[in-house]
Design a protein around this ligand. Sequence first.
Ligand code: GLU
Length: 428
Amino acid sequence: MNSPHQIPSYLTQREVGPWAVYLEQVDRVTPHLGKLARWVETLKRPKRILVVDVPIERDDGSIAHFEGYRVQHNTSRGPGKGGVRFHQDVTLSEVMALSAWMTVKNAAVNVPYGGAKGGIRVDPRTLSQGELQRMTRRYTSEINIIIGPNKDIPAPDVNTNEQTMAWMMDTYSMNQGSTASGVVTGKPISLGGSLGRHDATGRGVFVVGCEAAHKRGLSIPGARIAVQGFGNVGGITARLFAEAGARIVAVQDHVTTVVCDSGLDVVALQAHVTEHGSVAGFPGADEVSDRARFWAIDCDILVPAALEQQITAANAGQIRASIILEGANGPTTTEADDILSERGVLVVPDVIANAGGVTVSYFEWVQDFSSFFWTEDEINSRLTRIMREAFAAVWQISVDKQVSLRTAAFIIGCTRVLEAREMRGLYP
Ligand code: GLU
């Protein structure tokens, strides 16, 4: 993507990708920030970037090196907060953008955090469990100097899970000399994890999806839904929509797309993926090998729940859904946003749609600090209330200011961040 922005010296023009999309989103919010616009440059510069070498001994005795990152985009409202991603395509630009989206997201749903993100450029499928554990522990040791329960709190993201968080928590705790459960969220329940955290991102997507459908007069029972990505976010979202009576007509994962006009059996599909590692070969569904055809599938709600920059100028014109729920972070480019808005497609942006995960991460962190644990009902009802209120606030701003839901969410989020920035003042 060509960007009119000045590229930071540590990114090459070729690498700028998702960071450029984020900067364009900031440009769109700037005219709505009033006097706070004087601080907007804060949002365009990550506070702190750590790039680390992560060497491990492979099972065959050879030494492998991986590139790891932790970016703290902003800490004006509280400690850094955001996931850690293991993926072969992780770049600094991507982690910068993901950390910035965490800043806006955490402020948009008003959890008391800044924004951060981490990642390792690795295909975790090529590692054994032992290698994965050694890599996770070495990465945690390398970023140990900037994380902590009051400094920056990692969590799961693409290809990381409860086990990854357990290793990170243990490594940090061993380095500190005492058990620090609040250093990561998304932990196993037995280590101070929260009930409801595993499903929280998908549950949040579902809750705001129901609110958006209501605004559009679309009834969920019988609604046709297509989901890209069948991991923690896409899988749970699909299950909750199916339980509410919607038809999951298509699921695309990293291998293929499965379609079924009468609706896929999501629970059976989940079991198939656990066994085979992909939706490919799922009995009772047709497979579409041409990945691009996914975007033109006849559906009411489309849920991109995989990676960034999936909905682009090349496919936005083909999308038949009336609502897009961004389960993924950054799935839609700015050009695609414009095409969709011209076509009257309602895009519920990532910073609201997928904020359920970090919201329950916040609940987990609070529970860890107080060593007092809530019931799943309490967690789900608090999550639902926060998601509904956040959606309603964003909707109202979008109506009042005649802007997209994305710009409205950025207005709320960036205003909160920059108010904190201004109140704190510059040091020294
Ligand atoms: N990785 C998730 C996200 O992108 C959750 C982050 C967290 O819980 O800190 O929002």
